[in-house]
Design a protein around this ligand. Structure first.
Ligand SMILES: [Zn+2]
Length: 121
């Protein structure tokens, strides 16, 4: 395999932390949503000043996209599993290698660009 999996593993682990943080803020058994929202507001302005990219990303997720965060987390974890079993970087549909520039853009993808386009509506 020619893919630098350690590079992508680091990307995926970082992404997973980010998603877990987003999901945790929202999904706490719906018990103290107002409290959490207040905490989320203050922590996002206090703690992420240096990281505007991820803050923008989290703000987008905050706008009703929690389900997307969860499904993306599943994709990220599946990608980490594929790294462990050696199938990372190959298309789940046609089995061809996924181009590196696509993996750079979407490290958790399971599909080559052709199959991704076929699945998009
Ligand atoms: Zn394919």
């Amino acid at each position: 395999m020619t893919i630098d999996t350690e590079h992508f593993r680091a990307e995926l682990l970082e992404q997973r932390e980010r998603l877990l943080g987003t999901i945790k803020h929202h999904d706490i058994g719906n018990s103290s949503l107002i409290e959490e929202t207040g905490e989320l507001m203050s922590s996002s302005s206090d703690n992420h000043l240096a990281d505007t990219a991820s803050e923008t990303y989290e703000r987008e997720l905050d706008e009703g996209l929690e389900e997307d965060a969860k499904s993306q987390l599943r994709d990220v974890e599946a990608a980490l599993e594929r790294m462990d079993n050696g199938s990372y970087g190959t298309c789940a549909v046609c089995g061809k290698e996924i181009p590196l520039d696509r993996l750079e853009a979407v490290p958790w993808t399971t599909l080559c660009i052709d199959d991704a386009r076929k699945q998009a509506r």
